[in-house]
Design a protein around this ligand. Structure first.
Ligand SMILES: Cc1ncc(COP(=O)(O)O)c(C=O)c1O
Length: 377
């Protein structure tokens, strides 16, 4: 049987919540399950406000809208990220400036970001790759020194922390993903965490299609109307109900994923010691969530060969993120692949191993044996 790269998590309690929505007749969103899931997220992360969105892409777009960026403004972010990190900010007319990563964690290299500052730099977007917190102390210090807004792309960061603080609560704004590839999901979904009370009013209006409808529900206005730019950002109650059931199972989900992560780390350590591959590093103070396990091969050719060999043995390993600066769109933005050589090299050498809640210890051992067999043949 194939060892699949991902199998979406199910708790078994989603159906009862979906039935409750069907019985309620309230489907369109911003209803009881939306409020419940938002409250669960606030308790889980410690964020003072959470707004459910239809995707992390939507949450990033809402964050970008809130920053009031103008054409010509520049936003720093790693090239090693998903396209939405960039597209969300480009939609405002701002220019994205890609930065290098530290290949030990595949997260933003803050010193490199500092070298790319210009007088037009307005914001910085660290990405918590694989649920490992980026260097937020460094990012926040840089942001303070240069008056930059910070948005955390915490798509993969639920239930992970750095220096005792939940990912997604360092910056005023942070985006989470509940896509089915994430630890906790609702098919497609996301959330914007708003950690600054002063931003919340506007965020909620933009989230409600640019209206003050939420204030009407709170009895603050007697009828609602158009008050700001906005869009249709929230998901239906069906998704919120599904997500709420999943959010009750975060602890059990994280515990199993972290156990799988640790088994990979232990099983592959000897290959790291032999210099045949590099394993992910977890900096001091980082608590991961077992979202993803990756290895870095010495060369891109070896990574390609290992991916083909393992897939031929029905072990689904995958690449991740073609760096944005090396993409077709990156070229249109004026980047050449060698503009960010550290990112290019690391991304070419990276392979992600299967990691999902349903993976057994035997599956993990089989993947480890396949990697070992390939590298020592
Ligand atoms: C770092 C990062 N940001 C944003 C996204 C977009 O998330 P969504 O699919 O929920 O829009 C992803 C998706 O995997 C991601 O990995």
């Amino acid at each position: 049987m194939a060892i699949r790269f991902n199998e979406p998590f199910l708790t078994g309690h989603e159906r009862a919540n979906l039935d409750a929505v069907l019985a309620s007749g309230q489907f369109a969103g911003n209803g009881p399950f939306t409020k419940r899931a938002q409250a669960q997220l606030q308790v889980r992360t410690g964020a003072p406000h959470a707004l459910l969105t239809h995707s992390c892409t939507g949450a990033l777009e809402l964050a970008a809208m809130l920053l009031d960026l103008q054409p010509g403004d520049e936003v720093l972010m790693p090239s090693f990220t998903f396209v939405s990190t960039a597209t969300a900010f480009m939609r405002t007319g701002a220019t994205v400036r890609f930065c290098e990563i530290d290949p030990a964690t595949m997260t933003l290299d803050v010193a490199d970001a500092a070298r790319r500052l210009t007088p037009r730099t307005k914001a910085i977007v660290p990405v918590h790759y694989a649920g490992v917190g980026a260097d937020m102390a460094g990012v926040l210090a840089l942001a303070r020194a240069h008056g930059l807004a910070v948005v955390e792309d915490a798509a993969q960061g639920l239930d992970a922390a750095r220096d005792g603080r939940s990912l997604g609560t360092f910056a005023p704004l942070a985006a989470l993903s509940f896509h089915e590839t994430k630890n906790i999901h609702c098919g497609l979904g996301g959330a914007l965490l708003v950690n600054d009370d002063a931003l919340f009013d506007r965020a909620e209006d933009m989230w409600e299609r640019g209206t003050d409808r939420s204030k009407m529900f709170k009895g603050l206005v007697d009828k609602y109307s158009w008050v700001s730019p906005g869009s249709s950002f929230y998901p239906s109650e069906l998704q919120a109900a599904f997500l709420s059931a999943q959010l009750e199972a975060v602890d059990v989900n994280s515990a199993r994923r972290k156990a799988i992560w640790a088994r990979y780390a232990e099983g592959l350590a000897h290959l790291g010691q032999a210099g045949l591959l590099a394993l992910p590093q977890v900096p001091d103070g980082v608590r991961g969530n077992g979202h993803a396990f990756f290895v870095l091969l010495p060369t891109g050719q070896q990574a390609d060969a290992m991916r083909e060999a393992l897939c031929a043995q029905a072990v689904q390993v995958t690449i991740h993120y073609v760096p944005l600066h090396t993409s077709k769109m990156g070229a249109q933005l004026g980047y050449a692949p060698d503009d960010l050589p550290v990112t290019r090299s690391a991304a070419e050498r990276l392979l992600r191993l299967p990691l999902h809640f349903g993976l057994t210890d035997r599956d993990v051992d089989q993947v480890v044996a396949a990697v070992d067999g390939f590298l020592r043949r």
